[in-house]
Design a protein around this ligand. Structure first.
Ligand code: IPD
Ligand code: CA
Ligand code: CA
Length: 263
């Protein structure tokens, strides 16, 4: 198999294996298996760590020369050039810990700082979202597309709130207020990767968030783009890649949201 097909196949295999690992822990986590990270509400469990190991084994075996940025173990990737994998073994840890089914495994491979493939797997929902640059986006094998909603008043818009909210000048609360009366409704689902997948398949018309990290958005952003949507930071640029701010929409709503939301 040439590299082009092998990377997506490796990511898909790793995501399924990690999903199976997560489901072994789901609704069985003891308090002693959960710890806090940077902030009291920023959790990591034995499930996050076990799932990440499974993914790293698959990727290191198939692509030993690639750099890896994985949330729980190896954040420092080797710059932007070449091939880098971005791994979030469990996106939506808070949901997972509370027994909510909206959690995902998120895996992307970037080449020269551009997304090449993305996989978002929601094991409890039994939904696998994949995309390859230029190849379209798929859910469980069927093509997916963003919504066509042109008006904010008809839009279901998702967002998220940062763990370190009390330390930040803009914890995203004002943005929530700015849209509160303008949209059909707002959602806070709890997994950035799933928020993006839901924009890609038209369940959400748009999604924005501030203060994320690369591994949260790397896979989902490509899936949105390949489903016909638009992804930028809130200034219209590329800083979404660092997670600083991300706006993912069906395209129709992009500029109005960009002009309404603040970083
Ligand atoms: C979190 C989720 C959440 C977002 C947080 C992220 P984690 O990731 O994506 O939706 O609002 O800011 O950190 O910690 O569950 O991997
Ligand atoms: Ca995450
Ligand atoms: Ca995570």
């Amino acid at each position: 198999m040439e590299n082009g097909a092998r990377d997506l196949e490796t990511a898909r295999r790793a995501a399924f294996a990690a999903g199976a690992t997560l489901l072994k822990y789901y609704e069985k986590l003891e308090p002693s298996m959960i710890q806090t990270k940077s902030a009291r509400r920023d959790l990591v469990s034995e499930a996050d760590v076990a799932a990440e190991k499974v993914i790293l084994n698959e990727i290191r075996a198939a692509f030993p020369d690639d750099a890896i940025h994985a949330e729980e173990s190896s954040r420092a990737a080797a710059g932007d050039a070449g091939a880098i994998w971005y791994i979030d073994p469990l996106d939506g840890t808070t949901n997972f810990v509370h027994g909510l089914p909206e959690f995902t495994v998120s895996i992307a491979r970037f080449i020269d700082n551009e997304p090449a493939i993305g996989v978002v797997y929601a094991p409890r929902l039994d939904e696998l979202y994949i995309a390859r640059k230029g190849g379209g986006a798929y859910r469980n094998g069927a093509p997916i597309f963003v919504s066509k909603t042109p008006d904010l008043a008809d839009a279901l818009v998702a967002t998220g709130f940062p763990y370190r909210r009390s330390e930040l000048a803009n914890p995203n609360l004002e943005n929530f207020g700015r849209l509160f009366f303008k949209v059909r409704d707002l959602r806070r689902l709890g997994s950035a990767a799933l928020d993006l997948a839901f924009v890609a398949c038209g369940r959400f018309d748009a999604y924005w968030e501030l203060n994320l990290e690369r591994h949260d958005v790397a896979a989902g952003a490509l899936i949105v783009r390949e489903a016909g949507g638009r992804v930028t930071d809130l200034s219209g640029g590329d800083a979404w890649k660092s997670g600083r701010s991300i706006l993912a929409t069906n395209g129709e709503l992009h500029e109005i949201l960009r002009n309404t939301l603040i970083e």
